[in-house]
Design a binder for this molecule. Structure first.
Ligand SMILES: [Zn+2]
Ligand SMILES: [Zn+2]
Length: 335
């Protein structure tokens, strides 16, 4: 894969965005171990975790990247701001990168495939996983391609404002839990504790859970549909990722608002979209009929357990390019 170096300043900023939450999380574990943590800290962690993860999964991903449903503009902007607080880059860049990921999944041009251009052997596997998880955020990706891959957002003045003022939302996402901590306890220690748990520690967990969709969910897990890539479903990541870990289902049906397609495939983001639909906040929600799902099942897939994927798993030793068509779904412009 062609990787261009980003400017040094951007690299330093990204490094801080990754390293500071990591160091803060170590500090938080020490505090937790010594029972210096309050129910308020944990509530701020959970509340901010849900707000910002849903901002990514429902906002950046299902709504803005794939247009799985429609909603009112103020709700689009609210979700875009909530997603920006997850510190995964400006909304327009995120959407451009992710559409490019779907257009070139696990081949040249994919911004974060663990499988392309990392060499062979165990070293290549580890290099690929590192790149897919976090290394790709230090390369020059997406930026020049907003106008190509995210033209709809680029031309929306409100969305461009939200995207351009990314840093503002990051700071707001750190100040909100600190402010609530101060208001509830009336002390600066309460503010600092809210900043730590609802801010930095939350960023650390949101980062590594959502980055795992790029690395783990293209490497280990189960598969059942005929898709032209290595995407997988990973059940143990389903709840923390708010349903995004049914990533193989998602690559099979990119526009589906539901990533969990079976009853037991827990998908909290889909539950929220259904609730929005019932209250009139979401419309034209894209869902895939059981018949269409049936048609796309792997030929070999019967009542046997799902196929395992990924290097080392045995199945598909040669790419699971057991098929034919890449993204046959109608969808937003991906080229
Ligand atoms: Zn993917
Ligand atoms: Zn997607």
């Amino acid at each position: 894969m062609t990787q261009h170096k980003m400017p040094l300043l951007d690299q330093i900023v990204n490094l801080f965005a990754v390293v500071i939450p990591f160091l803060a999380t170590i500090a938080a574990i020490v505090l937790f171990w010594n029972q210096i943590v309050t129910p308020l800290d944990l509530a701020l962690f959970l509340g901010m975790y849900m707000l910002t993860t849903f901002g990514i999964t429902i906002g950046f991903h299902r709504l803005l990247t794939h247009r799985s449903f429609q909603t009112f503009k103020p709700i689009e902007y609210f979700l875009a701001i909530a997603g920006s607080m997850a510190v995964e880059g400006p909304v327009n860049t995120w959407v451009a990168d992710h559409r490019k990921h779907h257009a070139h999944t696990d081949e040249e041009g994919d911004p974060h495939s663990p499988h392309v251009g990392h060499g062979g052997g165990i070293k290549g596997v580890l290099k690929g996983l590192f790149h897919a998880h976090i290394g790709w955020t230090f390369t020059d990706h997406g930026k020049a391609e907003q106008e190509k891959y995210a033209k709809d957002l680029y031309e929306d003045r409100g969305m461009r404002f939200i995207s351009d003022f990314f840093v503002l939302w990051v700071v707001l996402g750190l100040l909100i839990p600190a402010g609530i901590g101060y208001l509830v306890t009336g002390t600066l220690a309460g503010a600092a504790s809210g900043f730590l748990w609802g801010g930095l520690v939350r960023v650390f967990f949101v980062h590594h859970v959502t980055f795992s969709i790029n690395s783990v969910c293209h490497f280990l897990g189960t598969r059942r549909f005929e898709v032209d890539d290595y995407s997988t479903n990973v059940f143990w990541l389903a709840l923390p990722s708010m349903g995004e870990a049914w990533h193989h289902n998602h690559h099979a049906f990119p526009r589906s608002a539901n990533h969990g397609l079976k009853k037991w495939e827990l998908d909290p983001s889909a539950w929220v979209i259904t609730a929005m639909e019932k209250t009139g906040l979401a419309r034209n929600v894209v869902r895939i009929s059981p018949e269409r799902q049936e048609q796309k099942l792997m030929k070999s897939h019967g009542s046997e357990p799902s196929t395992q994927a990924g290097p080392g798993s045995g199945v598909p030793a040669s790419p699971t390019r057991n098929v034919v068509s890449r993204q046959t779904e109608p969808g937003p412009p991906v080229t």
